[in-house]
Structures are given as C-alpha cells and as structure tokens.
Design a protein around this ligand. Structure first.
Ligand code: PLP
Length: 433
C-alpha cells in the first residue's frame, strides 16, 4: 500500500493568475490525482476527462483497488465461521475495517457500527427494525423538503403502514432549512427527525447538532443521512448526538455495495433484527431464535467482505490526506465553481447557504439539463442532470430537473474553467441562454 506523505504540500502556494481567485491550497492535488488511474484518460476524440459527478459516486484510488485484488488473490474466505488460515485472515481484516470506520466517525465503539450495502439500506434498516416497533397511529415523522428519496420513501412506506404522518420542514430561498418552522413542527407526537447532513442538490450543510438537541428536548430521535457529509468533512457522531447515522462507501473513495449504519448502543440493543438468517443468531430453536451480540444481530448472511475491507482502506486513505484539508480545498473550489458559473449570463445556481459543500446545481436558461449534460459530456466533462432523487425539492425550486457539478479533493480550478467554457459553448450551440 502506498504512503500518502507525498500528498501533502504545506507550502500553501498562492497562485495569482490575472483576475482569477486561486485556491490557497494545502493539498498537492496533482500528486493525489496520480492515485486515481481512471482520471488519467482521454474520452471521445482525445478530450482529457473531467469528472464532476462525485456526489453520485467518487473515483477510487489504487490503494482501494489493490485491497480488492489482494482479498481475492490472497485470502478470499468467508468471515466469522471458518476455522482455517484464510478464514481467520478475512475475519481479522473485516473486523479491522469496522474499527477503522468507527474511528473515522468517532463512534464510541465498534458495536455501534453495522455494515450494510449503503445509506439506502441503512435507513431502511432503521425504518423496518426501529420504525415498525416505535411508530404508531397519530405519530409524526419529521423529514425535510431537501431529502434524497432514500431518506423519504422509507418513511412514506412506514407512515402509510402505521397510520402515522410524515411532515417536511420547509426550505428558505437561500437553500437553508426554515428553523422556525422546524421548531414549531416539533410537537410531542414527533417520534423521529430524519434529516440530511448535506444536501446532494443544494450543498446545504444542515445544523444537525442543533436539530438533535431540539429533537431530544421534544422526546424524538434523530436520524442523519450522512451520505454527502462523511466523504467531505470530519464528523464526530458523538458530538453531533445523532441517534442514527448512515453513509456509503462508494461516495468516499471506497467500493460500491458497502455502507454503515451507526446507532446508539441502547437503540441497537432494543431493536429487533432487520433480516433473519445465518450469522445473526445466538441460538436457533425449532420455533424461535435468540440474537447474536451487537452489531452482528444486524448482519444476516455472508457480508460484502471484499468491499467492506476496501472501505476501511478508503477511510485510511482519506484520513492520511486529512479531512480538514479535504474540506478546505473543496470549500474554495466550490466558491470558485459558483463564481465561474454565476458570471455566465442566464445561469442560475441553486443553494446559497452560508455552510455548503461541493454539490453545485444550476440551470442554464431554457436549455434542458439533459441536453446540457450531453453537450458538456461531448467535451469530456461528466456532470449529472435530472431530479437528483429529490423530486419534492425540484417542485420547491420550480423545476423538473437541474444540472449538477459536484467536486471532490482531486478536482482543480482548471477543470472548473473547462466546465464554464463548455456551458458558454452550449449556450451558443443551443441558440439561447
Ligand atoms: N442520501 C443522499 C443525500 C445521497 O446523495 C444519496 C446518494 O446519492 C443517498 C442518500 C443514497 O445513497 P446510496 O445510493 O449509496 O444508498
């Protein structure tokens, strides 16, 4: 595995190109980019690839790819059961990954960390295993108007099934939550507040610590959808006082098909299992079973061993770079992206929260986002277009779809310049702004 020491450049070089706001950058981005083989390629007729769809999924460094290959070539075996060398190796690495992820979000213990397939499964686990036992007729689940469908649809299903009500905290024009409405919606009937830490559309970073305190004061629990925050900023679940906290490996340099549900131990202890099967039991009688200790009670069947191990490697990789450095780089690059897009006539950027991350959604006059994304793709630039799994938010914004550029630590200002040029060319091509 590669050392990341070379990725650090503490000289903080200030570039002063004519008229450009350049990053005061403590990351040696060019060297980091060499860890990502996929970034070093041309597409179509020789255009250097620009990848700006990181909110959908991030690219993977060689260390993560190597970990997958190493598992399958050196110690592929099932975990927690085989009493042979390979099985012990696999189990040790798998459990090592749990420790790495626990430390990455500063969880008190590895017992708080259940591996899932990703954020969506983590949230569904809570909706099924906690929700069905704790939410009833007349109860309220309070989500927000900026939730990804993953943190909305499971609550809609639960509310329908139980005769409960799902209410949404409205959004203000700058893309922040209306905290006065939040306070007034927090009645004693609210059983759960379900909120995204960072919006995948607006980039808004929500005040989840403040919301957790208010939820707890009102006798409710809080679930934080951290799919977009954990990859981009240092988080401390204990300090945030989150009851449930969900995130995905693939958005933070790890493989697809792995994720985490963090929950407070008392909650996990009291919850029924989500799925039944092998490895989640203590004893199976003919007609009933008892459950395995935490967190195995929530990990039925053979887990996604290779991807979980590589997920742990991804957490190490990010830690070695430094989450604070990543966050600072992205803050500056996000400001640069917004400025470059907003100086183009007829471009509207959605989301101007004071605290925001690097998902920048925008509209370009009357050009349909799908047409725009296809056009910029022809220039070698990957962005996203569509409702971004947030249809209620699209209605609030008065659009059916948006275009989105989303940055990670390996993106550069030059790439943003190429995007801005491509948007201007698209305006000429489509004949209107
Ligand atoms: N929540 C947010 C805010 C997201 O952006 C996403 C994915 O884009 C998800 C949840 C779902 O994540 P996954 O598809 O990894 O389960």
């Amino acid at each position: 595995m590669r050392s990341l020491d070379f990725a650090r450049d503490d000289r903080c070089i200030m570039n002063a190109d004519a008229g450009k706001t350049k990053l005061v950058d403590s990351l040696d981005v060019e060297r980091l980019r060499r860890d990502f083989p996929i970034l070093d390629q041309t597409v179509y007729d020789g255009k250097a690839l620009v990848y700006l769809d990181n909110a959908a999924t991030s690219q993977k460094p060689e260390a993560v790819i190597d970990a997958l290959v190493e598992y399958y070539t050196r110690y592929n075996a099932n975990v927690h059961r085989a009493l042979h060398y390979l099985g012990e190796q696999a189990t040790a690495r798998f459990e090592e990954a749990r420790g790495k992820l626990a430390r990455f979000i500063r969880a008190p213990s590895e017992r708080n960390i259940a591996f899932t397939r990703g954020t969506t499964e983590s949230i569904n686990l809570v909706a099924y295993a906690w929700g069905r036992a704790n939410v009833g007729k007349g109860d309220v689940i309070l989500a927000t108007g900026m939730e990804h469908h993953s943190n909305l649809v499971p609550w809609q299903i639960l509310a329908r099934e139980k005769g409960a009500e799902l209410k949404l905290v409205p959004i203000q024009d700058d893309g922040t939550l209306d905290m006065e409405s939040f306070a007034s919606l927090l009645s004693s009937n609210v059983k759960l507040v379900a909120v995204t830490h960072m919006s995948n559309v607006l980039g808004t970073v929500n005040p989840v610590k403040e919301m957790a305190k208010a939820a707890h004061d009102a006798g409710a629990l809080i679930l934080v959808d951290a799919a977009q925050s954990v990859p981009h900023m240092a988080v401390d679940v204990a300090a945030l006082d989150a009851d449930f906290f969900a995130f995905s490996s693939h958005k933070m340099c790890g493989p697809t098909g792995a994720g985490v549900l963090y929950a407070r131990e008392e909650l996990l202890d009291a919850m029924n299992p989500f799925m039944g099967g092998g490895e989640m039991i203590s004893k199976v009688n003919d007609d009933y079973s008892t459950w395995a200790d935490l967190p195995y009670k929530f990990e039925a069947g053979t887990p996604n061993i290779a991807d979980v191990i590589a997920f742990g490697v991804a957490a190490d990789y990010l830690t070695d770079i430094g989450m604070d450095r990543i966050h600072e780089h992205e803050k500056a690059l996000t400001a640069y992206t917004m400025a470059r897009l907003e100086e183009i006539p007829d471009v509207r950027v959605f989301g101007h929260a004071p605290e925001r991350g690097g998902a920048v959604s925008f509209a370009v006059g009357e050009i349909h986002p799908h047409d725009l994304s296809q056009y910029v793709d022809q220039q070698g630039i990957a962005i996203r277009a569509g409702h971004l799994c947030a249809q209620p938010l699209m209605r609030r914004l008065g659009v059916t779809a948006v275009s989105r550029a989303s940055v990670y630590f390996y993106n550069t200002e030059d790439e943003i310049d190429r995007l801005a040029d491509a948007v201007r060319k698209a305006q000429q091509f489509f004949g209107h702004g």
